[in-house]
Design a protein around this ligand. Structure first.
Ligand SMILES: Cc1cc2nc3c(=O)[nH]c(=O)nc-3n(C[C@H](O)[C@H](O)[C@H](O)COP(=O)(O)O)c2cc1C
Length: 268
């Protein structure tokens, strides 16, 4: 004869109590750790901006060094429809709190983004936020670098990263991806420092002002007329390489940051 302890009702009560206690603990932890999680996310973003700008490797070991280095950046807002860097007054007129602005969320919000047509959507992102945050690195008031957020589809996932451009608006100083789900050892080689090291010094625009910078299949031919615009493809990962090429073309092109870079470089 089974005891009361084994009754189905008791088993259910115990199971549900355990579930309830666990869910309270998990949600309590999620809520109480939210500020820390957001701070870590911000720190990671800042670290990646420093990596793209080529400032991270130089002996940076702890979080306060990241924070200190990041203070050298001027954080600005670009209106991607007018391709202008906004003044403080213009920022106020948008009624958006840019200290809490999340470009990825904004891109999914119809009131804060535009849908791209098939011909416009080179980077396969479907929609694009109306505003983007960019980072200007200045020394003694002189512009040194512009760090731009970029994203686009590879083979399995959207790659999110930053590209850094010198003050001439035409020379790459670095690239980094902080989020993607490409295959480790194939498309995941976008994280390989050796491959990222191929980018600094590459030129973005040809004489006509079109984006000529591209990731090619195979290796760049040394001494060729296109060498300055080309980066070696990732071997066995042509589709991720093409995705990177496409996102570079889109974000540095006329639809996105192209006019901003050309203005900074004195070309308009
Ligand atoms: C399990 C698996 C994972 C793969 N992951 C990637 C990837 O992350 N990026 C990519 O471009 N190709 C990846 N590929 C290869 C693509 O399917 C495709 O064959 C490749 O992009 C062609 O590049 P290739 O012309 O350089 O060989 C993967 C293939 C397999 C079987």
């Amino acid at each position: 004869m089974s005891s009361d302890k084994d009754a189905m009702r008791n088993i259910l009560i115990v199971a549900l109590s355990v579930c309830f206690v666990c869910s309270v603990v998990v949600s309590g932890a999620a809520v109480s750790l939210k500020p820390e999680r957001l701070a870590n996310k911000e720190l990671d973003r800042n670290k990646n901006i420093l990596i793209a700008a080529g400032l991270f490797e130089k002996g940076v070991t702890n979080d306060s060094q990241v924070d200190n280095l990041f203070k050298s950046f001027e954080v600005r807002v670009v209106d991607l429809q007018t391709h202008q860097i906004l003044t403080l007054d213009e920022i106020k007129q948008t009624n958006i709190d840019f200290s809490r602005y999340d470009q990825r969320k904004a891109a999914k919000d119809r009131s804060m983004s535009v849908a791209l047509s098939t011909t416009e959507d080179i980077a396969s992102i479907s929609t694009r936020a109306n505003y983007s945050i960019i980072y200007l690195l200045k020394r003694d008031g002189e512009l040194q670098r512009v760090v731009l957020p970029v994203h686009g589809y590879g083979l399995w996932s959207t790659l999110y990263g930053f590209i850094s451009v010198q003050a001439d608006g035409n020379t790459v100083s670095g690239i980094t991806f902080y989020e993607h789900q490409e295959t480790a050892g194939l498309g995941g080689e976008v994280d390989n420092p050796r491959w990222k090291g191929l980018w600094p010094g590459k030129k973005i625009y040809d004489e006509k002002g079109n984006v000529a910078l591209e990731v090619i299949k195979g290796s760049v031919v040394s001494g060729s007329s296109k060498e300055k615009y080309q980066v070696d493809g990732l071997s066995g990962a042509t589709l991720t390489s093409r995705g990177v090429s496409n996102l570079v073309e889109y974000w540095l092109g006329d639809q996105a940051f192209g006019p901003v870079l050309k203005k900074l470089g004195g070309k308009t």
